[in-house]
Design a protein around this ligand. Structure first.
Ligand code: NDP
Length: 244
């Protein structure tokens, strides 16, 4: 069991200095820890969540610590919801594509309904791509952007194996999208990276998971606060390169 770091976030990480950061799926699990970490680093945190009560509660948790935060209604599988958030999305400095679903855990590829594959892509891949498309132009214009795609080793080609076809393909495609966006934005000040958080104690990870959300969030915070000459088009785990 990996324990929570003595201090969260790592005090050696650079300060956000009021930069505007959106975390999708920030109402619970890993997203909530990422939002808290970004807030404590001095970002203005935009808590992306599709349910009002859950989103407001997560934003209130940050505000109760004196941090700058607001809730943004955002269902990443809904084009309408993303369209309604266009103005906010155009102002972001940091985008963390964290929200995802895993609905075919343990299901063999021979049995998974195509509808499950489609739905998983809608959230895990197309939702993240739509947000990158909405956010990147403003980042490029302002010459600063950090995009972090929360992926999974289940999407790594090097580790591809049986079961979870929908989830695996959705994350493999997200990894590829990371590299395409990163290359198109190279030299603009916008860095785009993916990361694998490990097996995390959340609803998705389940009760037997070995890492706390805070430990898993560290690499996201590191990527969200990279200096201008930091990595782009990378895939990381615990701040180290991970096999694609
Ligand atoms: P959880 O299932 O605990 O949380 C998922 C979050 O995504 C929730 O906030 C959920 O919101 C949100 N979400 C789901 N669908 C949508 C949608 N359509 N629009 C907006 N938000 C949505 O997952 P984790 O915190 O464990 O996972 C976070 C990330 O880490 C994911 O990308 C996951 O794939 C990745 N990951 C997790 C691992 C683990 O062991 N936990 C391992 C490897 C990768 P709501 O509450 O409304 O459902």
């Amino acid at each position: 069991m990996s324990r929570a770091p003595a201090r969260f976030p790592d005090p050696a990480l650079p300060r956000g200095s009021g930069r505007r950061a959106l975390v999708t799926g920030a109402n619970r699990g890993l997203g909530r820890a990422i939002a808290l970490g970004l807030g404590r680093l001095g970002h203005h945190v935009i808590v992306g969540a599709r349910q009002r009560a859950a989103g407001e509660s997560a934003a209130a948790e940050l505000q109760a610590e004196g941090l700058s935060a607001e809730w943004l209604a955002l269902d990443i599988a809904s084009a309408d919801s993303i369209a309604q958030a266009t103005v906010v999305l155009g102002t972001l400095d940091v985008l963390v594509n964290n929200a995802a679903i895993l609905v075919d855990q343990g299901v063999p590829a021979l049995q998974v309904p195509l509808e499950v594959v489609r739905r998983t892509f809608e959230v895990n891949t197309l939702g993240a791509i739509a947000l990158m498309q909405a956010c990147a132009p403003g980042m490029r214009t302002r010459g600063f952007g950090r995009i972090v795609n929360v992926s999974s080793d289940w999407g790594s080609q090097a580790m591809m194996a049986a079961h979870q076809l929908a989830y695996r393909l959705s994350k493999a495609a997200l990894n590829s999208a990371t590299r395409v966006f990163a290359d198109e934005l190279r030299g603009t000040g916008v860095l785009v990276n993916a990361m694998h958080p490990g097996w995390v104690q959340t609803e998705m990870g389940g009760a037997n998971a070995v890492r706390t959300p805070e430990v898993a969030a560290d690499t996201v915070l590191w990527l969200a606060t990279l200096p201008g000459d930091g990595s782009t088009s990378g895939f990381f785990h615990d701040r180290q390169p991970h096999a694609w």
